[in-house]
Write a protein of this length. Structure first.
Length: 161
């Protein structure tokens, strides 16, 4: 079942890269007592994700934080090495929390998985964005059209803050 507004974020452990290497981080650590913008992408370094989706959040980082957001995070069904490299490549280190959901457990728990096997990508995340306040989803935007980052883009989300 797909997560919806009013639902709690499921408990999960993700990975993120730090200066000291990979670190486990729980959804409780990310979301409890905070206002978080979370967006999901099918894959780091993929064209729409790198060229259309992530840049809006990087460019609008300060404006989003100025609206009371504690953390901006991106999640993908990629390993932590790939997500760490993507953070460095995009200049997003220290601005966006890059979360690796290597096995897709977190994405599946939210019902936001999509089968991209025909393209050789396996099970990945749907493209989405959400606002989470103290662990509860208050806004949710799921893209209907593959290859687009409009409903889940930073501009649309900023209007919801």
């Amino acid at each position: 079942m797909t997560i919806k507004i009013g639902d709690s974020i499921p408990e999960a452990t993700l990975k993120t890269m730090t200066d000291d290497g990979a670190k486990d981080i729980t959804t409780a650590e990310i979301f409890a007592g905070k206002k978080v913008v979370l967006f999901g992408v099918p894959g780091a370094f993929t064209p729409t994700c790198s060229n259309n989706h992530l840049p809006g959040y990087l460019e609008n980082h300060d404006a989003i934080v100025d609206k009371g957001v504690d953390t901006i995070a991106v999640v993908a069904v990629n390993d932590h090495h790939v997500m760490g490299a993507w953070a460095r490549f995009t200049g997003g280190e220290g601005k966006i929390l890059y979360l690796a959901d290597g096995n897709g457990d977190f994405i599946r728990a939210m019902g936001l998985e999509t089968d991209l096997s025909k393209g050789g990508l396996g099970t990945r995340s749907k493209r989405f964005s959400m606002i989470v306040e103290d662990g509860k989803v208050t806004r949710l935007n799921i893209e209907d059209t593959p290859g687009k980052a409009i409903a889940s883009g930073a501009a649309a989300l900023m209007e919801q803050l």
